[in-house]
Write a protein that binds this ligand. Structure first.
Ligand code: NAD
Length: 381
């Protein structure tokens, strides 16, 4: 990668996230005036025909049906992985071996051991890594964290977090790669990883948890017409203890009937409380104790140019950022990190800690006991 030049991206996958990354890469370059913007150089998909179709749709001229060729391509500076979870490890390891920075979708790996191996390999090779926990990039998520760090809501006592959607509620919803146990857990990995990353970002490390899992739809039809047993969780619930003494609950469900993007938390502090729900991602609700009797209550703060990364999109408050815009903020943070700016968060190490929390949920549910996170985290090398 030559200094000062754009960062040429090799994008693998063109589904939900592949499209979102392509939009975000273009948006970040257009909006943020970056010294070294990311640019779309090459697209790989499952075969040459699929890649070429997706290339036309996304406006990426060069395409390939072989992701290994993408990783090896001399015109590719950064490898961007938006494929199903089982493929993250081989693709990321190949990029690390080629000394190329890796941008990978969440969850990083099917299990914590694999995720820590990836973090170790990247750190040993000195390769920067970036993981797509995009909700951390919502300007209001960062305000929630600031309210904790500044002490404005006092000591953090409680965190109630949930990520519920309903895309698997219908028993006729097909068996897809998200239900393949080779890719790890079910809803707790797919959705739970987001609320775990948020909990860690605003409150801090989780020390221990006690969890329960359930599967509501026992079998589903696969695309080839066969019936397949569902071996992963549809729902997960956990009681959690944070190392700073806060306590709380985490929930994940992809059978949350009626819920479309209910990634939400309520943070209770000794002097105030904060609520954020990504279905209303431009509204932060804040309560500060000590108001005048009969006049105190929750206030609703609309996202606006006073919050980080909002103003480059729009000079006026209340005009709303959306999913693809927070993805563009993620891309901007990657571009800045690669240009020598602040380190990007979350990297593979942090994503491995999230994965350790997912694994702790599985272990706790299986063994019906509280699990200490240190049982899943390898001792520091
Ligand atoms: N950050 C978020 O908010 C968010 C949201 C949805 C999905 N995700 C994550 O993004 C990843 C992809 O999810 P998705 O919903 O985009 O999936 P998807 O099924 O819509 O897309 C997957 C893409 O990968 C391609 N692919 C599969 N095998 C491949 C191979 N061997 N070589 C090259 N390409 C291959 C598919 O053809 C497809 O284009 C997952 O890890 C998922 O957890 C993250």
């Amino acid at each position: 990668m030559s200094g000062g030049a754009p960062i040429r991206v090799g994008l693998i996958g063109s589904g939900f996230m592949g499209r979102s990354h392509a939009i975000a890469i273009r948006t970040a370059a257009a909006v943020f005036g970056l010294a070294r913007p990311l640019v779309l150089e090459l697209l790989a998909d499952v075969d040459a025909a699929a890649a070429s179709r997706a290339g036309l749709a996304l406006g990426i001229a060069r395409t390939t049906g072989d992701w290994r060729a993408l990783v090896a391509d001399p015109e590719v500076d950064l490898v961007d992985i938006t494929t199903p979870n089982t493929l993250h490890e081989p693709m990321a390891m190949a990029a690390i071996a080629a000394s190329k920075p890796v941008y990978c979708e969440k969850p990083l790996a099917p299990d914590a051991a694999t995720a820590f191996r990836l973090a170790d390999a990247a750190e040993a090779a000195g390769v920067p890594t970036f993981v797509g926990f995009n909700y951390l990039k919502n300007p209001l998520t960062r305000i929630a964290r600031e309210l904790v760090e500044s002490g404005e809501i006092g000591e953090v006592w409680g965190f109630r977090g949930i990520h519920a959607e309903d895309y698997m509620t219908d028993p006729a919803a097909l068996w897809t790669w998200r239900l393949d146990p080779k890719g790890g857990a079910g809803a707790v990995a797919d959705l739970g990883s987001h609320i775990i990353s948020l909990a860690r970002f605003v409150v801090g490390d989780i020390e221990a948890l006690s969890a329960d899992l359930s599967t509501k739809v026992a079998e589903r039809q696969a695309a080839d017409g066969t019936r397949r047993k569902v071996e992963v969780d549809d729902e997960a619930r956990a009681l959690v203890r944070f190392t700073n003494g806060a306590t709380g609950t985490l929930e994940a469900s992809w059978v949350g009937t009626g819920r479309k993007m209910h990634l939400a938390f309520e943070l209770t502090g000794s002097k105030g409380s904060v609520c954020l729900n990504m279905e209303r991602m431009n509204e932060l609700r804040l309560f500060i104790s000590g108001g005048k009797l009969g006049r105190d209550g929750w206030v609703e703060i609309p996202a606006g140019p006073a919050h980080p990364d909002y103003a480059p999109f729009c000079p006026a408050p209340g005009h709303q950022l959306g999913f693809n815009e927070i993805k563009a903020i993620e891309v901007k943070a990657i571009a800045e990190a690669l240009a020598g700016g602040p380190a990007f968060y979350p990297d593979f190490r942090e994503a491995a800690m999230v994965q350790a929390t997912v694994d702790a949920v599985l272990l706790s549910a299986r063994e019906r006991r509280w699990v200490e996170l240190k049982e899943l985290v390898p001792p520091a090398a």
